[in-house]
Design a protein around this ligand. Structure first.
Ligand code: CA
Length: 496
């Protein structure tokens, strides 16, 4: 039996733009290994528009090596620091997931005069008016890189749609670029059904129908893999891209990686389980998916307190309906306060949510950076006002990650029989000494749950690793015990 995997998302949106993240990773990796983290998900490592977070791709080939977009380094450091940090992670036998944004580019170097078509932004198959000529910012010449690694110049023929420079990220005012060769509409193979066709997301949206684009991306993926030997790819915004081309690019990368089986984690942002399952089917098992519905259930449960029937947490989620290697998570860089998909989990519920993703059999948990390190930042909220946010580390998280790594194995027994208090046990496995655990959590008042942890534990004394409960519990001769929990809290019982 392999040890349980645990992914850590090693960044958040507001990580300081001081070029220190790669060095911080290098310093922290032995601590992460000790804690039980097995895989680190890193932010986009290439040069982003205006040196930003990384999701506005400017130049895939510039990992902090060329003076472009105002700096040589990226938000996170230089190419050398990146390569060294990745080496350090691999030395500690942890895996690396790289973040790859292939839907769009931003920060073009030159404008072009091209034929464009307006449409209804909410029904993009509905054309508005006739095509007309417009000057758009869509030519990427990479003057700082000067053709090193690749001489490919991205121009309007590489993109299906574009918005104006001042409207980066604005998807109310954008134009479809008229090409001679790819028909007169958006890429019809995109699966996301919203807005008539959801090919266009933002910036200069890449047109995969152009074979030269596909070849350039394959060439880049080969180069990137050869450079740092990553272990997996997180693919951003897949609901806006041709899924068959994603399959093609993943097969290509897997071929380059040879015998090493790569992880592929797809970000398909929808609460609709059917859509997630459909994408999984189209990818023919190539991608693992983030459990977005589960995240929203955590968010909702954390706001409703004891009015939320906690037995519903797993309804229509991937962990329940299609758990094979799905990725469960609490918060991320998009859902944290003041971000685009803001839907944070209220503080009191965070230990409960993390216990659920870490200590159950289903799903591979992804722990968010701020859950371990906390964060403090300012930004404008949706109300247009400035807000200061302080996130503190999630209590008991280290202990729960350790329990996952060493003890949360074997048969799982669920006790989801009360609207406010649920629990489950893990019986343990021979390969992991003293393994097994019992978890009780509630969004109501202090309570208990009678649960079977298995006869192998008969007569053993259990304690609550979180320290929330002070008493000791003895397992009876049939392998059962009454496990307690405080109000609005979680207790994780393990052998003393
Ligand atoms: Ca697209």
């Amino acid at each position: 039996m392999n040890p349980n995997e645990t992914i850590m998302q090693f960044f958040h949106w507001y990580y300081p733009a001081d070029g220190s993240l790669w060095n911080k990773l290098k310093e922290e990796v032995s601590k992460l290994q000790e804690m039980g983290i097995t895989t680190v998900w890193l932010p986009p490592a290439y040069k982003a528009c205006d040196g930003g977070v990384g999701y506005g791709t400017y130049d895939l080939w510039d990992l902090g090596e060329f003076d472009q977009q105002g700096n040589v380094r990226t938000k996170y450091g230089t190419k050398d620091e990146y390569v060294q940090a990745v080496e350090e992670v691999h030395k500690h036998n942890l895996k690396i997931i790289v973040d790859v944004v292939l839907n769009h580019k931003m920060g073009a170097d030159e404008t072009e005069k091209v034929l464009v078509q307006d449409q209804d932004p909410h029904d993009r198959l509905k054309k508005v008016g006739e095509p007309y000529e417009r000057e758009i910012l869509s030519k990427f010449t990479f003057p700082g890189r000067k053709g090193k690694y690749s001489e490919y110049i991205w121009d309007f023929q590489s993109f299906s749609g574009v918005n104006d420079k001042d409207d980066l990220g604005n998807n109310e005012h954008f134009y479809r670029i008229i090409h001679d060769q790819y028909g007169d509409n958006w890429d019809e193979s995109v699966l996301g059904g919203e807005n008539g066709n959801y090919d266009y997301l933002m910036g200069c949206d890449i047109d995969f129908r152009n074979p030269a684009v596909r070849e350039e991306l394959k060439k880049w993926l080969s180069w990137y893999y050869d450079l740092i030997k990553f272990d997996g790819i997180r693919i951003d915004a897949i609901k806006h891209m041709n899924p068959y081309v994603i399959n093609e690019l993943l097969d290509h990368t897997q071929y380059i990686a040879g015998e090493k089986k790569l992880m592929n984690v797809a970000e398909h942002w929808t609460q609709d389980l059917g859509e997630l399952l459909h994408y999984k089917e189209v990818s023919q098992g190539r991608v693992q998916m983030f459990d977005v519905p589960l995240h929203y259930h955590f968010h909702e449960a954390s706001l409703k307190g004891d009015q939320y029937d906690i037995r519903q947490l797993f309804d229509n989620t991937l962990v329940k309906e299609a758990c094979d290697r799905c990725i469960s998570f609490g918060d991320n860089h998009d859902t944290q306060p003041l971000q685009m998909l803001e839907s944070p989990i209220d503080f009191w519920f965070k230990p409960l949510a993390n216990a659920i993703i870490l200590l159950r059999e289903q799903g591979i948990p992804c722990i968010f950076y701020t859950s371990i390190y906390g964060a403090k930042y300012r930004d404008k909220g949706k109300d247009g006002q400035d807000h200061e946010v302080e996130l503190v580390p999630v209590p008991h998280l280290y202990d729960m990650i350790k329990v996952r790594r060493h003890l949360a194995y074997g048969q799982q027994r669920d006790y989801f029989d009360h609207p406010n208090t649920i629990g489950w046990t893990r019986e343990g496995a021979d390969e992991f000494e003293n393994s097994g655990c019992a978890v009780v959590l509630t969004n109501g008042s202090e309570g208990y749950k009678d649960m079977e942890v298995g006869q192998r534990h008969a007569g053993q004394i259990f304690r609550d690793v979180t320290g929330n409960r002070q008493e000791e519990i003895t397992i009876n001769e049939d392998g059962w015990a009454r496990f307690t929990v405080n109000g609005g809290s979680v207790s994780v019982w393990i052998r003393k």
